[in-house]
Ligand binder design. Structure first.
Ligand code: ATP
Ligand code: MG
Length: 418
């Protein structure tokens, strides 16, 4: 990616209608564009971050044996009536609209009902089970307040996974595997130390559901966490009897602000019974399918990462999600400098290192300030100094020290920093 070709521009103006630091920085650096409160477009840099998060998640979904699909945004009223979740009194964040013929349709705030109903066409025997499907899809929710930028959108991107099992035990086994996969995902995006498996209230089938909560001041939730046990409980279940059941003591728990980045749910057989999703077991008996569902708020996660690592100069991305691994800055327009920078850009690209190349004719101060704001973890400078020394100047986003190195050393350093 060449900065001279990137249409987005960085801005010094702090967006006054955004209170969240992540939203301000993401807008100023050109990652997102605000369409209206709670609705943001993802610009090239922002989309690159989203894609990196998706890649990390896809790898774990593949390992779970789940298949990717894509459901529709328009949903049937009849279907949601069957499970008693159509009524605005029951689900208060619905967006609903009408077809030209007067038929009311709902706009997806979740895909649980449609996925279960759809899978009914494909599940009949125990031989078809277990099976798991997932998607990356926008959800639309008429949230009362959308005040934390991409942490709470009215339109946002979610990864949702649904598993269909033959028994409660088989479901539980998959549930535990997903729970572990989620922790690996949050670790891979850089939030491993601050994300806690959190006990939350359950539904008709189980006492608990589980949330994945990342400790952050901007979070809207309060959790009570045990650092030693690496788990937490949310406000709903912060009661003496529950704590005793989990072997937790009030005195050992810390109250913290946190953002819910994921949520996993065991529906047992309730939803399948409501929607009539059954299978025939080995002895020919008809049984309800067991359902569990697993969400990760992709856009919220991006906002939480931005919040978590930003410093007073701008964004700071962990390498795994950064829009590029290297921010290559050319200082000066002398032909030798241009030549050396172009050459390095080609060889890094050839070595599959992703590069944001600042090839603009701008002053050094502007280039450095932009690089700080954009927050790519590695910075490489090409200037008169490096041309004369046949070297490159490398520094990390968060340190003031730089090092001169050969191309070979540079490639090694980048591989290690990866
Ligand atoms: P919350 O309690 O924050 O409103 P939720 O429990 O309603 O979230 P789920 O239905 O469990 O959310 O959705 C799965 C995940 O999607 C959540 O864990 C969260 O990360 C994300 N998410 C939910 N609502 C939003 C939103 N309005 N904007 C961005 N992400 C969201
Ligand atoms: Mg939730």
């Amino acid at each position: 990616m060449r900065l001279s070709q990137l249409f987005t521009k960085t801005s010094k103006n702090i967006p006054s209608d955004e209170t969240a630091r992540s939203a301000r920085l993401l807008i100023q650096a050109g990652y997102i564009h605000k369409e209206m409160a709670g609705a943001y477009a993802y610009l090239p840099l922002g989309l690159a971050v989203i894609d990196n998060i998706k890649t990390i998640i896809r790898k774990e979904m593949d390992e779970l044996g789940a298949s990717e699909l894509l459901m529709t945004t328009m949903q049937s009223k009849d279907l949601w009536q069957k499970t008693d979740r159509w009524d605005d009194q029951k689900v208060d964040i619905w967006f609903k609209t009408e077809l030209k013929n007067g038929t009311t349709v709902g706009l997806a705030w979740s895909h649980e009902e449609p996925i279960v109903a759809m899978m009914k066409d494909y599940l009949s025997s125990y031989r078809d089970l277990p099976v798991a499907v997932y998607q990356f899809q926008n959800k639309l929710r008429n949230e009362l307040r959308a005040k934390s930028g991409i942490l709470r959108g009215r339109e946002f991107l979610m990864k949702d996974l649904y598993a269909f099992s033959t028994s409660a035990e088989e479901l539980q086994d998959f549930y535990d595997r997903v729970s572990d996969a989620y922790m690996r995902i949050f670790a891979a995006v850089g939030l491993g130390n601050d994300t806690y498996l959190t006990y939350a209230s359950g539904g008709a089938f189980t006492q608990f559901s589980h949330e994945f909560q990342t400790v952050t001041e901007i979070g809207e939730d309060t959790i009570y966490l045990s650092k030693a046990r690496r788990l937490a409980v949310n406000k709903e279940v912060y009661k003496d009897d529950v704590l005793a059941q989990l072997g937790l003591n009030k005195e050992d728990l810390e109250e913290m602000k946190a953002a819910e980045v994921g949520n996993i749910f065991n529906f047992g057989s309730t939803k399948s019974e409501q929607l009539g999703v059954t299978f025939t077991d080995q002895s020919g008996h008809e049984k309800p399918v067991y359902l569990s569902s697993y969400g990760i708020g992709i856009s919220r996660l991006m906002g939480v990462i931005a919040e978590h690592f930003a410093d007073d100069k701008g964004l700071v991305w962990p390498t795994a999600v950064a829009p590029a691994q290297v921010h290559l800055i050319r200082l000066g327009e002398a032909s030798q400098v241009v030549k050396q920078a172009d050459k390095l850009y080609s060889s890094l690209t050839a070595a599959h290192v992703s590069v944001l190349y600042d090839d603009r004719d701008e002053r050094a101060g502007k280039k450095f300030a932009d690089a700080d704001l954009i927050g790519i973890p590695n910075r490489v400078l090409v200037s008169d100094k490096t041309v004369n020394d046949v070297s490159y100047e490398w520094k990390s986003r968060t340190s003031d020290e730089s090092e001169l190195m050969s191309e070979e050393q540079l490639l090694k350093t980048l591989a290690i920093k990866d």
